[in-house]
Design a protein around this ligand. Structure first.
Ligand SMILES: Cc1cc2nc3c(=O)[nH]c(=O)nc-3n(C[C@H](O)[C@H](O)[C@H](O)COP(=O)(O)OP(=O)(O)OC[C@H]3O[C@@H](n4cnc5c(N)ncnc54)[C@H](O)[C@@H]3O)c2cc1C
Ligand code: FES
Length: 339
């Protein structure tokens, strides 16, 4: 097989998929589409970009959705969960069985999985939780233990609480209004869960403020964290630069990287959270840019966007460490997610 043929087997594709079901799941909708090629190529953390509005529409841009699940039925199906808050997602919620949808995927870099059986904490906010369940399955295949920490504004916006409780070692739920689980936000409980679960690696998906706080807390415990960011996207395939955010490479240099192809999964500590939405003056290529190594940059990782996935190598590498909370390490919004 040539390199080009291999890429064709593994890279994203555009399909017209038949809608199997659209169902309401509490505050969200879950849509299942027959898309065998995308299902076969999917790895947890990847997303699809869906054309909305039908053939004659002013909604020109595809909408991005994290893939929640793939199944072998009908040759291969893809399911994603969405909040019907805007024009495009409301249109999607009105689709019915046997309608067809134009979607591209799977897009983006997936979550890296550890080589060894370690203790993994999956932190989800609102519909962001949906992206974590396929990852949980994958981690269990690797004999990792899985704990969930899920939160949202109210109980109906916590996605997957029952499944998390049924399938994982522990599931902690937080809601801002106290209608389900502990009253508060996920980061209120993060330290306690890390202690109890003796967490080695954190994976997080949810609103950007949540990801930022999870990263800050994970740093305090010296635990590697992989975040799936949600930056507004247009093309979804690396062409338009709409989705860029500042990320520090292992060389200490900040680059504006495309979250659709270089992400959406990044190592949390590599994202310059304070400067998301801006081009920092010291970012590579910014006006007046001069090479300057940022202090504290992880020397073990590769620059984001470089051929081999930096996150994959580093999460696995760091997961190998014996230290756990309770041991030496211990002593130490974007609206719409439903959070
Ligand atoms: C990688 C990724 C994964 C996502 N996964 C999910 C998911 O699993 N479930 C879910 O409900 N939503 C998800 N989103 C957000 C989803 O793409 C937006 O909610 C959706 O585009 C809104 O479309 P709309 O027409 O209903 O809203 P409108 O506000 O009418 O959208 C107008 C435009 O703004 C852009 N836009 C609006 N809000 C967002 C946003 N939060 N993020 C990115 N672009 C936005 C849209 O692309 C569109 O072009 C994800 C976004 C990204 C980037
Ligand atoms: S959305 Fe176009 S480059 Fe990422």
């Amino acid at each position: 097989m040539t390199a080009g043929e291999h890429e064709a087997e593994t890279g994203p594709m555009q399909v017209r998929g038949t809608v199997l079901t659209v169902r309401q799941v509490d505050a969200y909708h879950a849509i299942t589409i027959v898309a065998p090629g995308i299902a076969a190529r999917f790895k947890p953390g990847q997303f699809v970009a869906v054309a909305v509005g039908g053939p004659d529409t002013s909604m020109l841009l595809r909408r991005a959705f994290s893939i929640h699940d793939v199944r072998p039925d009908h040759g291969g199906t893809v399911e994603f969960v969405f909040s019907a808050g805007g024009r495009g997602t409301r249109w999607l919620a009105e689709r019915r069985a046997r309608d067809t949808l134009d979607l591209t995927g799977p897009l983006g870099r997936p979550f890296p999985v550890p080589r060894d059986p370690v203790s993994c904490l999956l932190v989800g906010g609102g519909y962001g939780s949906a992206a974590l369940f396929a990852l949980a399955d994958r981690l269990r295949e690797r004999r990792c233990s899985v704990d969930f920490l899920l939160g949202a504004a109210s109980g109906d916006k916590v996605f997957g609480a029952l499944t998390a409780r049924r399938t994982s070692r522990s599931a902690t739920i937080t809601t801002v209004d106290g209608s389900l689980g502990v009253r508060g936000i996920v980061t209120d409980m993060l330290g306690q869960v890390i202690h109890e679960a003796r967490t080695d690696v954190i994976y997080a998906c949810g609103p950007m403020p949540m990801l930022r706080q999870v990263t800050a807390l994970a740093r305090r415990y010296d635990i590697p964290v992989q975040v799936a960011v949600e930056e507004a996207m247009a093309c979804g395939v690396g062409v338009c630069m709409t989705c860029v955010l500042p990320v520090v490479g292992s060389d200490g240099i900040t680059r504006m990287v495309r979250s659709c192809v270089d992400g959406p999964v990044f190592r949390g500590e590599q994202v310059r959270w304070d400067e998301v939405g801006t081009i920092p003056f010291d970012a590579f290529g910014a006006p007046g840019w001069e090479p300057k190594v940022r202090r504290g940059a992880d020397q073990g990782a590769r620059p984001p966007g470089s051929p081999r996935q930096p996150a994959a190598a580093s999460a696995a590498d760091r997961s190998d460490r014996p230290a756990r909370p309770g041991g030496s390490r211990d002593s130490a919004k974007r609206p719409g997610h439903g959070t």
